[in-house]
Design a protein around this ligand. Structure first.
Ligand code: PMT
Length: 319
């Protein structure tokens, strides 16, 4: 830490007080055990056989009550994270998929909203089969998903609140730090910027009979700088920038690249995010677009290819 830099001082204090005042992460010991086993499985008794990427996906919630009835949500369907996970797996990575409960899952993005009822039918008393036209989609979703989890290349861990997300991020990043430059962080989750500190949060449901709601939200400390500096200093780090105003998008992505010392920032605009992203790097900006000549082509395909190439170059230059 630079003592002449007031920002770093404040930031460290804010980060500590965020974690100190968060409710304890449920199942922390189990998450730690599963992640350690996953890292070990994808390493060969200490000799790494696969690169490992943490993909974060979906939005965090900010509870307004400890026994939560109401919360503030952050927009993200989880499509970016789950589709990217599929391409990372295809590229030979092992993926820790940290996702918001209830959002899109890898290999399932083509299924309709209610797959159980819309894709399946009971043909006789003991048989359930896929309903046309979903036979191929259902078969692929089930077999690809089971293959990835049972072969030990995909570990899925859920979160809901901002507290759970950031505690998971810290825990997993620290466990992955031993992988050095072979670890990759792909932070596509939409993370809340403001929250209600646990100790000042109402315990029970807030009563509307008390009149208008007057509530102070505190800024969530940005975790990117501490991830880069302390949790996993040698890892390849990619953050995302979402804006609805095109005119400020690249400026803000460039500022994040510098301020948090990211290897890449993926800039996307809400309305065009499925067609095009701009990858901001220290060497310049790269426009990545879906292949419009192929039906169903996804922007994540060329995006993950670009990332894998740049990650390889970074590993080679560190060797
Ligand atoms: O899920 P989809 O519907 O497919 O949409 C994908 C997406 C648009 C959500 C995704 O592509 C995207 O842009 N995700 C990041 C959106 C965002 O809200 O960014 P942000 O400005 O809150 O955060 C920027 C970066 O800082 C993120 O990488 C985040 O992980 C990180 N952050 C944010 C807040 C915080 N307190 N600490 C952080 O580290």
């Amino acid at each position: 830490m630079d003592p002449s830099n007031g920002f770093e001082e404040t930031s460290n204090h804010d980060i500590k007080s965020f974690f100190d005042s968060s409710p304890p992460l449920k199942n922390a010991a189990e998450i730690k055990r599963k992640t350690e086993e996953f890292i070990q499985l994808n390493s060969n008794s200490g000799k790494l056989v696969r690169r490992i990427v943490l993909v974060t996906s979906g939005g965090t919630t900010v509870p307004l009550e400890q026994r939560c009835v109401r919360y503030i949500d952050n927009f993200s369907s989880g499509h970016r994270g789950s589709t990217s996970t599929e391409y990372f797996l295809k590229a030979g990575y092992a993926v820790v998929f940290l996702y918001r409960e209830g959002t899109y899952q890898p290999f399932c993005t083509l299924l309709p909203n209610n797959p159980l009822l819309e894709c399946l039918q009971v043909t006789d008393e003991s048989n359930i089969t896929a309903r046309p036209p979903y036979e191929k989609t259902v078969k692929e979703a089930i077999s690809n998903s089971h293959a990835a989890t049972s072969s030990g290349t995909l570990l899925k861990l859920p979160f809901t609140t901002i507290f759970e997300y950031l505690q998971n991020l810290q825990l997993i990043a620290s466990l992955m730090s031993g992988l050095g430059s072979r670890a990759l962080f792909y932070l596509a989750a939409a993370v809340s910027d403001f929250y209600v500190p646990w100790e000042s949060m109402a315990v029970h449901k807030i009563q509307s009979s008390s009149g208008p709601l007057d509530m102070r939200l505190v800024q969530v400390p940005k975790m990117l700088s501490v991830l880069r500096r302390d949790w996993a200093p040698k890892a390849f780090c990619i953050s995302f920038k979402l804006e609805t105003d095109k005119d400020i998008l690249l400026k803000k992505a460039g500022a994040a690249l510098e301020k948090y010392n990211m290897d890449m920032v993926v800039a996307n605009e809400l309305l065009t995010r499925k067609e095009e992203v701009i990858v901001v790097t220290k060497g310049g900006n790269i426009i990545v677009q879906q292949d419009r000549t192929r039906a169903g082509a996804e922007v994540e395909e060329p995006l993950i290819k670009l990332i894998v190439d740049q990650h390889s170059a970074s590993i080679n230059s560190a060797a």
